[in-house]
Design a protein around this ligand. Structure first.
Ligand SMILES: C[S@@+](CC[C@H](N)C(=O)[O-])C[C@H]1O[C@@H](n2cnc3c(N)ncnc32)[C@H](O)[C@@H]1O
Length: 412
């Protein structure tokens, strides 16, 4: 196993990226290329924002002089946006500085031509801007309200199903696929459960590695997450207002906490049957090409008697992507499939209002009308030809860091 870098409170790696090396050389090459493409996006962030600012300046300066004279603060606000972008760039540099050797067992090697930073696509830049907003949701005081609506119902349900006064929570394993910047998984580990976050995107992985392993001092860092939003600002200063992070010390987990993050595509990485007591998905199931594949994977990896807790909308990520499989099912259809698979739905709320990386000063704000459910894989399902006992409360921990296979898909 290769070098370990990011470390948890026990010196345990927060990140490991296990692969079975049975893929062709070309696959490794493609992934390395992808790795550098995302590094380049982080590097080119400032350039991208400056281009936008320069365009805004040009547009303003093209107005008739008497119009410009009516707007004495516009250029100074654009200059301020520019400064904020410089500051954000410093954080982007710190993130990538800590990303080169972050995986326990994989090194991405040198880029083909180190002098060549390729221009980033709008798609990658949008992903990076969303990742910056994810810092607000997961690691700032500003995001607290949003976390209360999205993460709290999941955490409370876990505590209800696996109460610490009735079972040894240090033996209860919880998996969070699509963990984003890791706050939900971190909170669950803080309560004493074994918790593993899984994430696919290098944007998220680089950023969560940074915040989890390199940011100890509470509110010591600043980001300007709203400078990318040129529309729907009531005040110019709304666009340049800062957030500080992290609102808690991510290194403050109890010494015996069992918390890890694993990189890779959920359906490729998690193949070991009957491994987890709980799988919790938050704003995740709509990231699937085929959501039934997620249902199938969750069913397979849950121990008999294990639970799947879900909260989120159905904003299908691949809906508008040409050449991508995207099966856009209604909740009604997904529910039917879940029940037909054999899950017992134990809790169901069809209307939980939440936000997602909300800018609470914006003139345009989205509310998600989420579904929340708890679905149990019955304890008496037949596994390997024998009926399993309902043992979820005395469960043994899964092989959380056992070798996992990562797929051939590139990460985004
Ligand atoms: C909408 S975000 C939600 C993040 C987090 N759960 C939250 O509530 O803030 C969905 C996340 O799932 C990740 N993701 C998408 N497809 C994935 C896959 N196949 N395996 C693992 N993660 C995936 C994305 O990179 C993204 O970070």
């Amino acid at each position: 196993m290769a070098e370990t870098t990011g470390e948890g409170p026990q010196g345990a790696p927060f990140f490991n990226k296990d692969r079975i090396k049975n893929s062709p050389e070309e696959e490794a090459k493609l992934e390395t290329k992808h790795f550098w493409r995302i590094i380049d996006a982080f590097r080119l962030y400032r350039v991208n924002i400056q281009e936008h600012v320069k365009r805004a300046e040009r547009q303003f300066l093209s107005l008739p002089k008497h119009h410009q004279d009516l707007l004495p603060d516009v250029l100074s606000n654009l200059a301020r946006i520019s400064q904020c972008a410089d500051h954000n760039q410093d954080i982007m540099q710190a993130i990538i500085h800590n990303s080169f050797h972050m995986f326990e067992n994989i090194e991405y090697g040198e880029r083909e031509d180190p002098r060549k930073v390729r221009p980033s696509t709008t798609f990658d830049m949008d992903k990076l801007k969303s990742t910056i907003k994810q810092f607000v949701r997961d690691w700032s005081e500003t995001g607290r309200k949003e976390r209360e609506t999205c993460y709290k119902p999941i955490i409370q349900e876990i505590q209800k199903i696996f109460p610490s006064d009735q079972c040894d929570v240090s033996k209860v394993s919880v998996l969070i696929p699509g963990a984003g910047l890791g706050r939900l998984a971190w909170e669950i580990a803080r309560l004493g459960y074994i918790c593993q976050g899984n994430e696919w995107s290098f944007f998220m992985l680089f950023s969560s590695n940074f915040v989890l392993n390199r940011c100890e001092n509470v509110n010591s860092l600043t980001l300007y997450p709203w400078i990318h939003q040129f529309s729907n600002n009531k005040k110019s200063s709304d666009q340049t207002r800062p957030i500080t992070f992290p609102d808690v010390n991510p290194q403050s987990l109890p010494l015996d906490a069992d918390f890890s993050m694993v990189a890779g595509d959920f359906v490729e990485v998690y193949r070991d049957p009957d491994s987890w007591d709980c799988v919790a998905t938050c704003f995740f199931i709509d990231t699937a090409h085929n959501v039934i594949e997620y249902v199938e994977t969750i069913w397979k990896i849950l121990k008999p008697g294990g639970v799947w807790i879900n909260l989120g909308p159905l904003l299908y990520h691949f809906e508008n992507m040409a050449d991508e499989l995207s099966v856009e099912l209604s909740y009604e259809d997904i529910r039917t499939a879940i029940v037909n698979y054999g899950f017992h739905i134990e809790v169901e709320k069809e209307s939980v209002h939440t936000t997602y990386t909300e800018n609470d000063h914006s003139m345009l704000r989205y509310i998600y009308d989420c579904v929340f459910f708890v679905a149990r894989k019955p304890a008496d399902v037949y596994c390997n030809g024998r009926e399993e006992e309902d043992d979820h409360l005395q469960s043994t921990p899964p092989a959380a860091k056992s070798p996992r296979r990562e797929g051939t898909d590139t990460m985004t």
